[in-house]
Design a protein around this ligand. Structure first.
Ligand SMILES: [Zn+2]
Ligand SMILES: [Zn+2]
Length: 196
């Protein structure tokens, strides 16, 4: 049996936490070639891991190799998506960002938890990301801090200041001043005649 086949049949049994532990221990005691094979398999599943992960405990490696594609963490080269969308919070139709992909509504500044690495759309949460604050960050300009209302994950994203649909200046000023998330007024913005 090849190493890959052997790994596959082992991983099929690793659906329970206790099994995962046992298989992890087993990996720790064997030839490092097995861990290398596991790394390769994880990469095939879209989990892009640096080479030093081979030093990690076997249990952790098994957990990663079993990660669903949607949970893959460290994609080094995510696809940047820049699409128009309708804001789930205030109903605004938010056009593409153009030069800089936008991930939040330009009116209420809310976003959705859809990315693990910016642009990869790999998160399964889909919760609403509320702006919690903002700061000046050198050449990046204003950077907005977000927190997911569903799972609590925190992210940051550049504010959009240029183009025909910049972020609402008043809302940005409130965030910069520590005033918290701007209020939501429903159904603002234009209707493009296209429904989601
Ligand atoms: Zn909005
Ligand atoms: Zn979330």
């Amino acid at each position: 049996m090849t190493i890959a086949r052997r790994l596959d049949s082992l991983l099929l049994q690793a659906d329970r936490r206790s099994k995962m532990k046992a298989i992890g221990r087993w990996l720790d005691e064997r030839d490092p070639a097995l861990k290398a094979a596991l790394l390769r398999r994880a990469r095939e599943r879209g989990v892009d891991l640096p080479d030093e992960t081979i030093e990690w405990p076997g249990k952790r490696l098994v957990r990663l190799a079993l990660a669903k594609e949607g949970e893959s963490r460290a994609r080094s080269n995510p696809i940047k998506k820049d699409e128009a969308f309708r804001c789930m919070c205030c109903g605004t139709w938010v056009p593409e960002g153009g030069r800089s992909p936008r991930n939040h509504c330009n009116v209420c500044l809310r976003s959705r938890h859809v990315d693990i690495v910016p642009g990869d759309r790999a998160a399964e949460c889909r919760g609403i990301m509320e702006p919690t604050g903002a700061e000046m960050a050198g050449r990046a300009g204003i950077v907005i801090r977000f927190r997911c209302l569903c799972c609590g994950v925190r992210t940051r994203n550049r504010a959009v200041r240029e183009g025909p649909y910049p972020d609402d200046e008043r809302a940005l000023r409130v965030l910069l001043a520590g005033g918290g998330a701007p209020p939501i007024s429903k159904n603002r913005g234009m209707e493009p005649g296209v429904e989601e």
